[in-house]
Design a protein around this ligand. Structure first.
Ligand SMILES: NC(=O)c1ccc[n+]([C@@H]2O[C@H](COP(=O)([O-])OP(=O)(O)OC[C@H]3O[C@@H](n4cnc5c(N)ncnc54)[C@H](OP(=O)(O)O)[C@@H]3O)[C@@H](O)[C@H]2O)c1
Length: 249
């Protein structure tokens, strides 16, 4: 797909991979809209990148997703790219029964249900465009689960599956469907991720570069670093990777 001249919504675009992608895409001549829950973070992003459009939205809430859609539809006549990037990661120890499952943030709601619902909301609008795209951010952990993040890993595996079906269903529409499969990315706010660089991690800026390069070349599964091997690995290689990353836990 072309990587300039688009109007793009990046959910969770005020930090991490989303913000790096917003910066890359804005620099390439795209109109970029970001959304997230924290007003202060959105404002910091807008100060850094003054052409950004920002919108406060909790995508885990159905009514807020619908309001976001209506706002985009009425304010951005050329809107053509949805990036389902927002996500959270929680450490959950099921040996404690339900204890870790409670809390006010739900990974299934944020990482999975909202991506499905936002895709469905935007498809009729995107279908009217000459060129359009839905870009879903999954994770290497959707291919090789990390047992301390069991629900997170499961939501990302589900996003992988959902994206394959969506791509197939939309194959005769103008909407291209991409999946982004990041490895560990260090300079983001995702809980449980390394804040500093490790030998296994790449930067959000490097990940954003890989995304732009993948979009430009119509590579429908875009990855980088360790996750690049995992998206093509055999079952035996996936089992070996599972043993290796879970040995650290
Ligand atoms: N970092 C990694 O190692 C890594 C690896 C593989 C995949 N990923 C995926 O990459 C994506 C981006 O994550 P990141 O690493 O860049 O972490 P991040 O810096 O924490 O970015 C996630 C963004 O999502 C937003 N968000 C979370 N819940 C939201 C909600 N309910 N409504 C609206 N926005 C919400 C957050 O902003 P607010 O809190 O202000 O809402 C935040 O800006 C995620 O899907 C993540 O699973 C990350």
């Amino acid at each position: 797909m072309k990587v300039s001249g688009n109007t793009v919504l990046i959910t969770g675009g005020a930090t991490g991979i989303g913000l790096a992608l917003a910066e890359k895409l804005a620099g390439l001549g795209n109109e970029v809209i970001i959304c997230g829950r924290r007003a202060a973070r959105l404002e910091e992003a807008r100060i850094k990148l003054p052409h950004l459009h920002t919108r406060r939205c909790d995508i885990s809430k159905e009514n807020e997703r619908e309001e976001l859609f209506k706002w985009i539809e009425s304010n951005f006549k050329n809107f053509n790219v949805l990036v389902n990037n927002a996500g959270i990661q929680r450490r959950i120890d099921l040996r404690k029964g339900r204890e870790d499952l409670s809390g006010n943030e739900d990974e299934i709601e944020i990482n999975l249900r909202s991506q499905i619902h936002l895709s469905a909301l935007f498809i009729p609008l995107l279908s009217k465009r000459k060129e359009a795209a839905i870009i879903n951010v999954s994770s290497g952990l959707g291919f090789v689960p990390m047992s301390s993040f069991p629900v997170y890993s499961a939501t990302k595996a589900a996003i992988h599956s959902f994206t394959i079906s969506l791509r197939h269903q939309l194959r005769s529409t103008p909407i291209k469907v991409f999946e982004v499969v990041p490895p560990a990315v260090h300079d983001t706010e995702l809980k449980g991720r390394p804040a500093q660089k490790t030998e296994y991690s790449i930067s959000a800026w490097e990940m954003a570069g890989a995304i732009v390069e993948g979009l430009e070349n119509d590579r429908y599964e875009i990855s980088a670093g360790a996750a690049k091997k995992w998206i093509e690995a055999s079952r035996r290689e996936l089992d070996e990777a599972f043993s290796s990353i879970n040995r650290l836990e």
